[in-house]
Design a protein around this ligand. Structure first.
Ligand SMILES: [Zn+2]
Length: 316
């Protein structure tokens, strides 16, 4: 482990970002490409390997110069084995020993973890959760998930997917079907993907809205909401309600008093999170402080957390 450099790879549903960090943690090179959502484990890993080899070559480095590579996946994965069980945005990546596959081609430490755990780690070490003993990071974006930090360490549970709050059931067997194959999980109400579906269902029923003339997306829903559109306002109200219930349930379960919110929909700001806070307070009847903060690291959260993962994880 004498290498000086670390590579963080953040694989999301739309793009895969790579960052090369030097010994002091400074980013020295970046690359990114669109996500091939049809790729299977082998195809995806082959792409990652070739991009990393190109990045190393371009910087006059080889695998010997690396401390390791951290890879963030939107997956259910067995953390200890770097084994991907299921991936929401890239459904063909399943039941695949990704760590071993990549390690055969690039001789360095490879660590894999899911996106919410890694974001929680990054925000706790360098962002909004610095110094906190316990913290819950909640990712509100295309999907919904959280990462849990207890006594300064990420809590992963028995297999690695502690914090999958988006798939906790709130209206079992009712509501929209989610990618997890259940109906009525929190994600099917409180996520970017499903708010769009709720609005489209209302429009299909013939409800009047400025959105019937528009391409329905998170952005157009927010714009319609600001313009006072009833369908958009209802959708956002429903979103903030279920998000508040989800956060409240996590608070009851873990009694952690710091929630850090990240992900693309934090751009909605007060329109979503102000309403969510009001809903949370409506259910919370014990007058002890519970802090809600926005994440601080932005787009780099994944790659920073991935590099941190390499530093903090011992591979056996
Ligand atoms: Zn689900």
């Amino acid at each position: 482990m004498d290498g000086k450099y670390t590579i963080g790879v953040d694989a999301g549903g739309t793009k895969v970002a790579y960052c090369l960090f030097d010994q002091s943690g400074k980013p020295v090179d970046r690359l990114q490409h669109r996500t091939d959502t049809d790729a299977d484990g082998v195809a995806f890993s082959d792409t990652v390997i070739s991009v990393i080899e190109r990045m190393l070559g371009k910087n006059g480095l080889s695998a010997r110069d690396l401390n390791g590579i951290g890879i963030v996946m939107p997956s259910f994965l067995l953390f200890d084995r770097g084994y991907v069980c299921m991936t929401s945005a890239m459904t063909n990546i399943c039941e695949f020993p990704m760590r071993d596959y990549i390690a055969q081609r690039i001789n360095t430490k490879i660590v894999l973890d899911n996106d919410s755990n890694v974001a929680a780690l990054a925000e706790h070490r360098y962002g909004a959760g610095r110094g906190a003993r316990h913290m819950v990071y909640v990712s509100v974006s295309t999907g919904l998930g959280c990462g849990i930090v207890i006594n300064g360490s990420v809590f992963r549970g028995s297999y690695g997917w502690a914090g999958e709050c988006g798939h906790m059931l709130i209206t079992p067997d009712e509501g929209l079907a989610c990618g997890c194959r259940n109906r009525g999980c929190f994600m099917s109400y409180a996520s970017g993907r499903y708010i769009v579906e709720h609005v489209k269902n209302r429009l299909a029923r013939g409800d009047m809205s400025v959105l019937s003339q528009a391409d329905v997306s998170g952005e157009t829903i927010m714009a319609a909401c600001h313009a006072g559109d009833a369908v958009a306002k209802d959708a956002l109200r429903q979103f903030s309600h279920y998000l508040a219930v989800c956060v409240f349930n996590i608070y009851q379960l873990l009694n952690i008093n710091l929630f850090v919110f990240g992900g693309g929909l934090t751009n909605c700001g007060e329109a979503l999170f102000g309403a969510m806070r009001e809903e949370f307070d409506r259910y919370n009847h014990v007058a002890q402080p519970v802090e809600f903060r926005f994440a601080q690291l932005g787009r780099d959260t994944g790659v920073i957390g991935a590099a941190e993962l390499v530093k903090e994880t011992d591979i056996v």
